[in-house]
Design a protein around this ligand. Sequence first.
Ligand code: FAD
Ligand code: NAD
Length: 401
Amino acid sequence: HKRPKIVILGAGYGGMMTATRLQKANAHHDAEITLVNKHNYHYQTTWLHEPAAGTLHHDRTRMRIDSVIDTKKIHFIKDAVSEIKTDEQKVILEGGELEYDYLVIGLGSEPETFGIPGVEEHAFAIRSVNSVRHIREHIEYKFASYNSQEEKHDEDLTFIVAGAGFTGIEFVGELSKRVPELCEEYDIDRDKVKIYSVEAAPTALPGFDDELVNYAMNLLESRGVEFLINTPIKEVKEDGVLLNNGEEIKASTVVWTTGVRGNAVIEKSGFEAMRGRIKVEKDLRAPGFDNIFVIGDCALIINEEINRPYPPTAQIAIQQSYTCSNNIKALIAGKEKLEEFTPDIKGTVASLGGKEAIGLVGSTKLYGHSASAMKKVIDNRYLFLLGGMPLVLKKGKLNFF
Ligand code: FAD
Ligand code: NAD
């Protein structure tokens, strides 16, 4: 009897956790399991604002996939997925193709540009180890080259962060801690450096608790961040941004954080999608497909209390991996009844750089050091779920004080 083929696309939160769950359940005895990922390492997307600003080395956010997954039990293929051919049950990779009986799509997200001109060409995005390494090097280069210019270009020391959602705010938090260090290192007056957080909505972190938002904005302003609220960006140019109100800001660095859409592979493969995300059934399968599961940022689930989509988070991706792996095991065992996924949102904690953070856990508001410690507990908890205490000790954030 031929073992069914399970193919997992993407080794992010959803994909890695699904693979480890299946490995722990010994599913490789009953099925041939393959994990496909662009890189031979797994990185923690939720930490990327730190290496982007240069406050943490990028190696701290990543780990080799074969250091976590037993590749004798789960085949690992390092390749990029270009398309899924659902009618042939095949995945087209850059360097080959793969057949599947069961597919898990966990390819994560891409920056949402809303079609705004110039974003692709002139702005940076916080989305992978490659992209954040580039941002860090670029920022450092702007500082390093400033004093050797005959005629100083002040826009080289102007940094624009487009979008003050959680990603934008977390990045600005790190950058505002990093800038004084860079000024010191490259003999630059702090007053020469400008950091703008530009947000279209009437407030930073729209929809989040007002008191926590005020705390974050006051703290960041005290570190020299300038907020431009109610200020949509209309275009990104080679030398800065054009705002809706007609003004221009000159800057050599624009980091684009105005939200995300599902991985382009989704739309390319012909799935019906909303901003690149598949609205999944309660059991996490793609509508119309009884063998395709979609998890993480590629999946759209609705919060029925407010009839709006849940924001895509690692928290949800991790929780979905449990339901997804259980459902695959059930299907392989010939069961028809599948589990339904219900997110259990514990809260939101966002770092503001250094030992500062804000958080809302249930109805409890957290500020400053206690929020920052909570953030580290959340980061370590994921490492624990993925690889137990050894991984926490190797890669965790253990500097609580
Ligand atoms: P990801 O974890 O992003 O992984 C996708 C994987 O697919 C990657 O390994 C990638 O290399 C791989 N891949 C992509 N395309 C291809 C391809 N074509 N072929 C092969 N492999 C491919 N959420 C929270 O819950 N809490 C937080 O505190 C938080 N903080 C965040 C901070 C930042 C700076 C950012 C950017 C996001 C944050 N999020 C947070 C959101 C969270 O990171 C995402 O929701 C989460 O990463 C989604 O998990 P995923 O498994 O869908 O995708
Ligand atoms: P987001 O959608 O949460 O925020 C994007 C922001 O950009 C919004 O405030 C929006 O008004 C603004 N914006 C949109 N177009 C603009 C324009 N043209 N000019 C200026 N501003 C514009 O996206 P995100 O911050 O990238 O986060 C993506 C997902 O990751 C979200 O689901 C978020 O909850 C999650 N996340 C969570 C955490 C955390 O829990 N600590 C951290 C980062 C990200």
